[in-house]
Design a protein around this ligand. Structure first.
Ligand code: ADP
Ligand code: MG
Length: 343
């Protein structure tokens, strides 16, 4: 099936800097891509260009061989076979759940029996069979979200676009809905593009994470790769917990995975002639060990399974760590940094 291809995509609004710049990305059919980045970085603008609500200023969007949009071409949204799920759900209040879900089929002139069958399937996919005759006002936020999903499922879209769909829901419900999205994705086989500023949501849901900052795409990779091998400070700081240490290291060491002997050398025998490198150290890779280097405990919080520590190294750099044993603020501990990743 057809991949969704973004080619050097750019969007400029009247005044300021471009909202999206030189963004290239290919999403294979059936993937679940999370577009992750801070508020204002251009995520919604990318989604709206894919859906057909905004025209690119430069670059192009293709579905396989088919050109959907460029600066001179603009296929209208209804001819793209995509579905967009909005944060507000956009349900008709006067229609029942089944009527809402069946509405796109009515518009397309699908026969009554066939429409009824498809609505039943879609409602079962989101576990709402029992709610077919209710009106949206009689549903919870999570259930309304599921109706909106079912409504997009009946049209069998090639691409489903979701813009921060869980932003209005409380934490408990979000977890339940994450499960619904995963199930929806595996059932529908659609390509999904899911915009979020929440890194844990992106990591939990997606098969691929695309990290954006200031209109640019910084890295696209599966969640495990984004976590273990982030490209640069922004991605490293955005995804997962960790500390970014600045160390001096000989430039010829092009190694990115750093082990303890290397890190210890860099931290203890600071070679002032060597250039600075940013090294990401995850808290679970910081081990309390008498053979390590000294660190002052600035704060210690009991999280249930462990203590979350904020440490300070001798040179003043902060470092986060976990400990299973009780550690008190003001103590000095010794730590071994088992591994680091050069950004
Ligand atoms: P995000 O979804 O990541 O929060 P947006 O895509 O909504 O970011 O916005 C990216 C930038 O583009 C912002 O600076 C925003 O103010 C600007 N922008 C978005 N839509 C418009 C518009 N219709 N007119 C002018 N500027 C816009
Ligand atoms: Mg947005």
């Amino acid at each position: 099936m057809a991949p969704l291809i973004l080619n050097s995509l750019e969007k400029r609004f009247a005044s300021a800097a471009p909202a999206v710049r030189d963004l290239s990305l290919t999403v294979q059919q059936g993937r679940f891509l999370a577009l992750l980045g801070p508020s204002g970085c251009g995520k919604t603008t990318v989604l709206r260009m894919i859906a057909g609500f905004e025209q690119p200023t430069d670059g192009s969007i293709l579905l396989g061989e088919r050109l959907l949009a460029d600066a001179a071409t603009m296929l209208p949204p209804e001819r793209r076979n995509m579905a967009m799920v909005f944060q507000s759900y956009a349900l008709w209040p006067h229609m029942t759940v089944a009527e809402n879900v069946g509405y796109p089929l009515t518009v397309r002139g699908v026969g009554k029996d066939r429409a009824r069958q498809k609505v039943r399937e879609a409602l079962s996919a989101v576990r709402l069979e029992a709610y077919a005759d209710r009106r949206p006002a009689a549903l919870s936020g999570g259930q309304r979200q599921r109706v909106a999903l079912a409504r997009c499922l009946v049209t069998e879209p090639d691409v489903v676009l979701l813009d921060e769909p869980l932003a209005n829901l409380d934490r408990h419900l979000r977890q339940e809905m994450e499960e619904t999205f995963r199930e929806f994705h595996s059932r529908s086989g659609a390509t999904m593009i899911y915009v979020t500023h929440d890194q844990s949501e992106a990591m939990a849901l997606a098969t691929d994470v695309a990290v954006m900052s200031e209109g640019r795409l910084l890295q696209v990779a599966p969640p495990e790769v984004i976590y273990a091998r982030p490209e640069g400070r922004i991605v490293g700081g955005l995804v997962g917990q960790g500390s970014i240490l600045s160390v001096r290291m000989p430039a010829e060491e092009a190694v990115r995975h750093l082990d303890w002997p290397r890190l210890r050398d860099a931290l203890l025998h600071c070679n002032v002639a060597a250039p600075r490198s940013d090294v990401l150290v995850r808290p679970q890779d910081v081990i309390l060990d008498g053979s390590g280097i000294a660190a002052a405990v600035m704060s210690s919080f009991f999280e249930g399974e462990r203590y979350a520590l904020r440490l300070q190294l001798a040179d003043g750099q902060p470092l986060r760590a976990f400990s299973r044993q009780a550690v008190r603020e003001g103590e000095t501990v010794r730590v071994v940094l088992q591994s680091g990743w050069r950004l």
